[in-house]
Write a protein that binds this ligand. Structure first.
Ligand code: THU
Length: 163
């Protein structure tokens, strides 16, 4: 029996101004779309903005439902919109942020497992890393260069082909 370790890399920025101009713009678009999330049940609004290789920005926010599992997270609303409107255009980066109606969020949002898997799918689809920029209302900004840093041992397409 061997104990093994996985190393993940992430970057933390004290302020948004330390991000590149393009990343700041992406986070700005995520903040804008956060405000129009439909989250009457959780009061927790999430916004996601994707930067595509063609320069387009595609945004999405969480859409809740009275039958709770029928709702969808912001990341997947945005990613599936990009997949629908811009098939075959790789996604280079995603910024995700949040805002609660009941408390102040002072730390970066941590995407749910299902959204991590959805981001992983699009890294596999386009064979390219997707930079992930995570922010709260205030506080540090966390950045990873690939979903593999947020989802070690992810389920991959190759698994389906194993005999
Ligand atoms: N939510 C997201 O939109 N993205 C995440 O990564 C985590 C959670 C939404 C789902 C639900 O509408 C609300 O936040 C509370 O869980």
């Amino acid at each position: 029996m061997n104990k093994k370790e996985i190393k993940i890399d992430y970057w933390e920025y004290d302020t948004e101004q330390e991000l590149s101009a393009q990343e700041q713009e992406l986070l700005k678009q995520a903040r804008i779309i956060t405000d129009s999330a439909y989250a009457p049940y959780s009061q927790f609004h999430v916004g996601a903005a994707l930067l595509l290789k063609n320069g387009k920005i595609v945004t999405g926010n969480n859409q809740e439902n009275v039958a709770y599992p029928s709702g969808l997270c912001a990341e997947r609303v945005a990613i599936y919109a990009a997949g629908a409107h811009y098939p075959e255009v790789p996604i280079e980066a995603i910024a995700v942020t949040c805002k609660s109606k009941t408390f102040h969020v002072n730390e970066p949002l941590s995407p749910c497992g299902a959204c991590r898997q959805a981001i992983a799918e699009y890294e596999m689809r386009y064979k390219t890393n997707i930079k992930i920029i995570l922010a709260g209302e205030t506080g540090k900004i966390r950045v990873v260069k690939s979903i593999s840093d947020l989802l070690p041992f992810m389920f991959k397409a190759e698994e389906l082909k194993k005999s």
